[in-house]
Design a binder for this molecule. Sequence first.
Ligand SMILES: [Zn+2]
Length: 108
Amino acid sequence: MSRDQEFAARPDGLITSTETSPERGSAMDCETVRQILFLYADNEMDQELCSSFAAHIGSCPECQREVSRACRLVMVVRTSCRCLRLSAPPRLRVRILKSLPHRQGTTP
Ligand SMILES: [Zn+2]
């Protein structure tokens, strides 16, 4: 049979090498993930770093939770900062104070 010959001709090394592929050193541990959480949440992470980061997040629910919490925190800080800037810009305050009419001696 020609089929048997095909199987026999196939080298065993090829099959086993694809099955046991070790991680290429890109495995990130939880500690590293926690340290760079906010880079990710703030969109300031390298693409290379981000891929290994995402790989860990995909397999670690604990870190996944931490990341979502960090994202929420960053969003809150951003929105609150924007509100502060809108409500009380120091330059505008100075301009308003300068544009006010001079005091007319009614101060005690
Ligand atoms: Zn983790």
